[in-house]
Design a protein around this ligand. Structure first.
Ligand code: PAF
Length: 286
């Protein structure tokens, strides 16, 4: 049986209302489509916590800058629906743009501290767009649980922060990054890579992994750890590091110098490879 596809907030709310009055817990995976096994793992994981799982598919214009890839972002709805059937999602919420941003829309959710850090330095307005849409999607779905991939570590932490700050009764779960055999983190944007780029792209994870090995062997200086990452990526001339930062995984506060005992650092990176921007991260102590 095919999964019900819901187009409006009103219908979405009615369905969730029926489930909840039947004592069903609702899990939610917000996505922009172009699904891969990382997304499917989120659905499977939520199925262990909840009786019903909703996946949303909405390519959110508000989180793309004017020169970013909104128009070329892969839109693969029929394939996405087929994949969601394999993991038995209970509903797919596919609103159109005017459903999410009706005429006159003017209220934005913004994080005062974290929006300008890490990816935010290079993508002004991006996180306002993410938080605003996730807030709206949460209003439509009213989930008990929501799951996000830790590949977008900053996004995951900022959504957790929003849920705490706005007292939303939602438990936000972060799932480990799913990787290809050679270490490349799964991402809808990997479709942009040419076969040559695809071959070189695992240098990013290799660099993160080398830094993690050095951390485990006792290297605690941020400059040294960053250098180790740079060395791996420098093997491919066309790859340019946009940033490589080590931050406290609790609050995303920047770490510089010798990392103190008790702090759990995460190395977060963005690499631009010709016209493709790839992000990744690794929790060094885990
Ligand atoms: O991670 C994504 O795919 C998007 O940023 C999200 C959370 C679905 C919001 O549009």
């Amino acid at each position: 049986m095919s999964i019900p596809t819901i187009l409006t907030i009103k219908e979405m709310r009615q369905l969730v209302w029926r489930w909840k009055s039947d004592d069903k817990r609702v899990g939610f995976v917000p996505t922009m489509g172009a699904l891969h096994s990382g997304h499917l793992k989120l659905v499977e994981h939520l199925s262990e916590h909840c009786e019903k799982v909703v996946v949303s598919i909405f390519v959110n214009p508000l989180q793309f800058g004017p020169n970013e890839d909104f128009s070329r972002y892969p839109r693969t709805l029929p394939d996405d629906l087929r994949l969601l059937e394999t993991v038995k999602a209970d509903a797919v919420f596919c609103p159109n743009s005017s459903e999410i941003y009706p005429k006159g829309f003017q209220t934005i959710v913004s994080n005062k501290e974290l929006s300008g850090r890490l990816c935010g330095q290079f993508r002004p307005g991006h996180f306002d767009g993410v938080l605003t849409v996730v807030n709206k999607l949460f209003q439509a779905v009213s989930p008990n649980f929501a799951a996000f991939g830790k590949k977008d570590f900053q996004q995951f932490k900022m959504i957790q922060r929003m849920v705490t700050d706005f007292c939303m009764p939602i438990e936000v779960l972060g799932m480990e990054t799913i990787r290809e055999q050679d270490g490349l983190a799964l991402s809808s944007r990997n479709r942009y890579l040419s076969s040559e780029q695809r071959e070189q792209a695992p240098l990013i994870f290799a660099g993160l992994n080398d830094a993690k090995k050095a951390w485990k062997a006792g290297e605690k200086t941020t400059a040294k750890l960053t250098e180790i990452f740079q060395l791996s990526v420098s093997k491919c001339n066309e790859m340019k590091i946009q940033y490589c930062d080590i931050v406290d995984s609790e609050n995303l506060n920047p770490l510089d110098g010798i990392i103190e005992e008790g702090i759990a650092p995460v190395m977060i990176v963005a690499v631009v490879y010709n016209d493709v921007r790839l992000i990744d991260n690794l929790e060094l102590g885990v």
